[in-house]
Design a binder for this molecule. Structure first.
Ligand SMILES: NC(=O)c1ccc[n+]([C@@H]2O[C@H](COP(=O)([O-])OP(=O)(O)OC[C@H]3O[C@@H](n4cnc5c(N)ncnc54)[C@H](OP(=O)(O)O)[C@@H]3O)[C@@H](O)[C@H]2O)c1
Length: 264
């Protein structure tokens, strides 16, 4: 039996894409679900889907996690709702494909704040709750982009490298508290039509390694339960990720630049 009675999984950005798939996957395994998502982004639909399919509790908090005081608000919510928090999933994140110097400074800040700062500070705030359980888990959404320097996704790839390194360091620190920390490193995941088009434009390798959110969620949760350090979902994506050990870094950057230039 994987789950304990009435233990919650808290998922940021849980009302759509990979976050929603993770919520459905964990509900199917008997976990109660708490999602934090931007206002009016489908919380009602997720609630209905989960409640009609699974006998679990569901709570949601409409919140922009970048707002001043948002992290404290999430902590207060966990306390006031008396959640036994067993799983934290830092899923909310933002990506793009564009020339660095064409980006607005405010957009660059959002990428860093959401992908790096929110993941770090929410982990920090939730660890005291996770320590109360006999065993618990943190699952952080990194990306296969974390393995490369990525022209045209420079800030995104570097932010996901941070998530990967932060997760593996934290994993070591928290092992004595029986808190597993796993980083998920998906290649393209078809979460919207825009991403479907971006994957198509990025070429053959991107197309053959792309996955549905439900498959990513299943593999990610399996890896989290097994307390793996990281997981690259999908056989093709795993295989392709090995090229980083074979192709020299300079050549990798040129190939990536050529492919992503087509996608912008
Ligand atoms: N899709 C891919 O190809 C891919 C590949 C590798 C890694 N990833 C990573 O996987 C994660 C999920 O990606 P996705 O494609 O499923 O998501 P997405 O459709 O691009 O949407 C981003 C997610 O972040 C949430 N979010 C954005 N800004 C937020 C804010 N200020 N406060 C709270 N939540 C916010 C959104 O929440 P709402 O539900 O409230 O809108 C949404 O769930 C991200 O970290 C992404 O970088 C994605």
């Amino acid at each position: 039996m994987e789950s304990e009675l009435n233990t919650y999984a808290l998922i940021t950005g849980g009302s759509s894409g990979i976050g929603k798939a993770l919520a459905m996957e964990l509900a199917s395994r008997g976990y109660d679900i708490a999602i934090v998502a931007l206002p009016n982004t489908g919380q009602k639909e997720v609630s209905q889907e989960i409640k009609s399919a699974y006998n679990v509790n569901f709570k949601s908090l409409e919140l922009n996690i970048l707002d001043q005081g948002a992290i404290s608000q999430i902590s207060a919510w966990v306390v006031s709702e008396q959640m036994n928090l067993q799983i934290l999933i830092n899923n909310a994140g933002i990506g793009y494909a564009a020339e660095f110097d064409s980006l607005e400074g405010s957009f660059i800040s959002t990428v860093i704040d959401l992908n790096i700062k929110a993941t770090t500070l929410l982990s920090h705030a939730m660890i005291p709750f996770l320590k109360k359980q006999r065993q618990s888990y943190i699952l952080n959404l990194s990306s296969a982009a974390a393995f490369y320097s990525m022209p045209y996704k420079s800030v995104y790839a570097a932010s996901k490298r941070y998530v990967l390194d932060f997760s593996s360091a934290l994993r070591e620190e928290l092992s004595s508290f029986n808190i597993g920390v796993t980083a998920v490193c998906p290649a393209g995941v078809i979460t919207s039509n825009e991403i479907r088009e971006r994957i198509k434009a990025a070429g053959y390798m991107a197309k053959i390694s792309a996955l549905e959110p439900s498959q990513v969620a299943k593999e990610a949760v399996n890896a989290m339960i097994k307390r793996k350090a990281k997981i690259i979902p999908g056989k093709m994506a795993k295989l392709i990720s090995w090229t980083r050990f074979i192709i020299p870094p300079g050549m990798q950057r040129k190939i990536i630049a050529k492919n992503f230039r087509k996608a912008i």
